[in-house]
Design a binder for this molecule. Structure first.
Ligand SMILES: NC(=O)c1ccc[n+]([C@@H]2O[C@H](COP(=O)([O-])OP(=O)(O)OC[C@H]3O[C@@H](n4cnc5c(N)ncnc54)[C@H](O)[C@@H]3O)[C@@H](O)[C@H]2O)c1
Length: 264
């Protein structure tokens, strides 16, 4: 049995209905954490063959012997977020770990060019990727500050071979760049309270949604795989392992960092 790096801790994972978020929820639970799982729509990835329900993902946590809170709603909605963090704190008595994984390149790639992308798509991408992160940080950090400890892990993007050379995904990349920048600012602000903040930038991870969209977007082909040093695309658990490292004490002297988990 793997050592329990998060025994006695309580975590919140957003985007937990998705490929990477559900892998993170499962791994943190196996590491000993109680987990609040949050998603706007737990059935979102089912249309591409992903998890079909919140209870399937909740079972990943309870199967590891940990307590679970399930919260369905929009992470860009501040009052929903405040209620979720309060629920998690009531259920688990603490909030030690926050993983902001909600988001994605959720708008049509063919309309995502820097010079033409619509205002509506800009707003959606910044709400899902950036506003969601800010909301959860602003609700969870005061609780972590009262405890005198905490770890925030933000899932960002845009490092390495993932950036399309045709200029598409402009506002998705801009929103994730905002997440990366916010990570550094927050780390600088709250390190003095014993709270660490780091970011993980995955390479191409073939979850159900991304695998389907990669085919449409011309990504994920053999030549793209050949550009990865490890010659394979990522698995959701490749990302979850690194999140576990940032979440717990193995990274106790690491903050404000961005780690590319891209296979090189
Ligand atoms: N898969 C990749 O190749 C890859 C690469 C780099 C970064 N990322 C990032 O990793 C994260 C997870 O990606 P994934 O591949 O698991 O995608 P996914 O689509 O499987 O999961 C994303 C989840 O976020 C949820 N979500 C979206 N907007 C939300 C909102 N406003 N409030 C609450 N939940 C919301 C969706 O319902 C979905 O369940 C995303 O932030 C994505 O940008 C993924």
């Amino acid at each position: 049995m793997e050592s329990q790096t998060l025994a006695g801790r309580a975590a919140i994972v957003t985007g937990a209905g998705g490929a990477i978020g559900s892998a993170i929820a499962s791994r943190l639970a196996k590491a000993g954490a109680d987990v609040a799982i949050v998603d706007r729509d737990f059935t979102f990835t089912a249309q591409w063959g992903g998890h079909a329900s919140a209870s399937e993902i909740a079972a990943l946590v309870t199967a590891a012997g940990q307590r679970v809170v399930v919260a369905e709603g929009d992470a860009a909605d501040r009052s929903f977020v405040e209620s979720v963090v309060a629920r998690a704190e009531r259920a688990f008595d603490r909030v030690d770990v926050l993983v902001n994984c909600a988001g994605g390149a959720l708008t049509p790639a063919e309309d995502s060019f820097a010079s033409t992308i619509s205002d509506a798509d800009l707003e959606l991408l910044f709400a899902a990727n950036y506003r969601s992160t800010v909301n959860f940080c602003q609700s969870a950090v005061p609780r972590m500050r009262a405890q005198g400890s905490g770890s925030v892990v933000n899932i960002t993007s845009g490092v390495g071979h993932l950036v399309p050379r045709d200029g598409s995904l402009a506002h998705y990349l801009a929103a994730k760049a905002a997440v990366t920048s916010y990570t550094v600012s927050l780390a600088n602000e709250i390190g003095q309270y014993g709270i660490r903040v780091n970011a993980v930038s995955p390479g191409l991870v073939m979850g159900p949604r991304t695998a389907a969209q990669a085919a449409d977007r011309g990504a994920g082909r053999e030549e793209a795989r050949e550009r990865v040093a490890l010659r394979r695309f990522g698995d959701p658990d490749d990302i979850a392992k690194v999140v576990e490292f940032f979440a717990g004490d193995l990274s106790s002297y690491v903050t404000g960092q961005l780690l590319a988990v891209t296979g090189g």
